[in-house]
Design a protein around this ligand. Structure first.
Ligand SMILES: [Zn+2]
Length: 473
């Protein structure tokens, strides 16, 4: 192989710009219109057909690519969301696995005037709408990176692209597909994941860790039906109060600290040092991009603590509720029960399965007043990056410099990408480039989600450069 096969940055930039303008953004506009919510938010997804429509759209775009020898298949295991599997032969006897997902989060409320989840709007650099950034752009970016390499006749390893349809529901369908496709996947020595975050749009951001999670429904039922609160309060215990007291077993309501010691791991020294360095660079500005209301402020003034809270500590959010009528139709009723969606983020390295079992026991054992309490949950492990190989560090530094005109940066993420933990376990020798476009205000999962198009373009070029470096290493 010619060692001199360098990637011409200007030509790569030009082709990326052309691909995004002429076909990727227009296709993402169509993709955003399709409400292909993840099965956890659309139990009738198969009947509704949105997932299939989104997959058809993506596949049609892929088939039009100029990529030598590309083989593409939508794999359907019975009863599971479809998975797009693409193989591109390489000049090197080695494998790169590129991963993304095409299912979406639900609508969420609070979209600004003129914006909406299924309403694509291009304003300046931002393409608004659900699923463009998380993670619709991933298929396009993956193949565009390969097109950029082949355009310059730069050799690359065999590449396998996996786009799943179940990520936002915890990737429950994925292990079966990985098993099913085991032979065809092979043994990747580089994994590229395009579903992660960025602290700004000025450089290539590489994710060093992800949190795991336990997500479940806590049901507290005290009556068979609601009764007049004047009649019952003081005699019948409130299901809301019982839920509060159960949550107090888990979290200190004053500070937000999660109480059980078994939900913690010691944070690796290197990760603490990286958090301090990042806090030093970003300072108090670290929390500025959140849409704060009124005088609300972060849980602490210490920026390094905020970073560690978000990446290496368990934290609780209540993300939904049942049993509570909307305010406008809330009568004076002592309600029959309260159900809460409990989302507990876990530090990397905590076994989510064990945490799930212990959490269920913690929340349901000896409930106050003998109330009927249930907790049903799912679990996903976090992930901590293996030590970065020198070739990859160089590739990331150089490509960020070439395409963003700034050095690459490293940070932990507070979110969960279940597949990374699965891959880390299965391929312990693989290197990882986990990156993404979910930067300030991009608001994946919330209202006003957008894809920052220039970042996606530059990121695509960085991925191309990294795949090149992998082949030459
Ligand atoms: Zn995602």
């Amino acid at each position: 192989m010619p060692k001199s096969a360098s990637l011409a940055a200007a030509r790569a930039t030009e082709l990326a710009a052309q691909l995004y303008a002429s076909s990727i953004v227009p296709t993402l506009v169509e993709y955003i219109k399709i409400p292909n919510k993840s099965p956890g938010f659309d139990p009738d997804w198969e009947k509704n057909g949105h997932m299939q429509r989104a997959m058809d759209l993506i596949v049609a775009w892929c088939r039009a690519r100029k990529i030598d020898g590309m083989k593409l298949e939508v794999v359907h295991l019975p009863g599971r969301t479809p998975l797009l599997f693409i193989e591109v032969p390489g000049a090197v006897d080695d494998t790169v696995l590129l991963y993304g997902h095409m299912d979406k989060q639900p609508e969420m409320t609070g979209w600004a005037e003129g914006l909406g989840p299924w309403q694509p709007v291009l304003r300046g650099d931002r393409l608004y709408g659900r699923g463009g950034a998380d993670d619709g752009y991933s298929t396009f970016a993956s193949l565009a990176a390969l097109e950029i390499l082949q355009d310059q006749k730069i050799p690359h390893a065999r590449c396998v692209v996996i786009i799943e349809g179940c990520e936002e529901s915890g990737s429950g369908d994925l292990p079966a597909y990985i098993e099913h496709l085991r032979e065809r996947i092979g043994t990747p020595s580089l994994v590229v994941c395009l579903d992660s975050g960025a602290a700004d749009y000025e450089r290539l951001w590489c994710t060093t860790s992800l949190r795991g999670m336990v997500i479940g429904n806590l049901h507290v039922d005290v009556l068979r039906e609601g009764v007049h609160s004047g009649e019952a309060s003081g005699i019948v215990p409130s299901s809301f109060r019982i839920a509060r007291s159960l949550l107090d077993r888990l979290e200190d309501a004053e500070t937000g600290r999660i109480l059980p010691e078994w939900l913690y791991v010691p944070t690796p020294k290197q990760r603490v040092a990286q958090a301090r360095a990042m806090a030093g660079a970003l300072g108090a500005g670290i929390a500025n991009h959140y849409p704060w209301r009124g005088a609300t402020r972060p849980v602490t003034d210490d920026a390094a603590e905020l970073i560690l809270n978000r990446t290496w500590r368990p934290q609780l959010a209540i993300t939904g509720a049942d049993g509570l009528p909307p305010l406008g139709s809330a009568g004076n009723v002592l309600r029959a029960g309260t159900a809460l969606r409990v989302s507990l983020r876990l530090p990397p390295g905590v076994s989510s399965e064990r945490a799930k079992e212990r959490l269920a026991r913690l929340l349901t054992e000896s409930p106050p007043y003998g109330a009927d309490v249930r907790f049903e949950a799912e679990a996903n492990d976090g992930w901590n990056a293996p030590e970065l190989a020198p070739w990859l560090e160089t590739a990331l530094r150089e490509s960020s410099q070439a395409f963003f005109d700034a050095p690459a940066a490293y940070m932990g993420e507070g979110g969960t990408i279940p597949f990374m933990a699965m891959l880390g376990e299965r391929f312990p020798d693989a290197q990882f480039l986990i990156t993404g476009v979910l930067g300030p205000e991009s608001n994946a999962h919330g209202p006003n989600e957008f894809l920052h198009v220039p970042t996606a373009r530059k990121l695509t070029c960085c991925v191309a450069a990294t795949i090149r470096a992998h082949a030459l290493r």
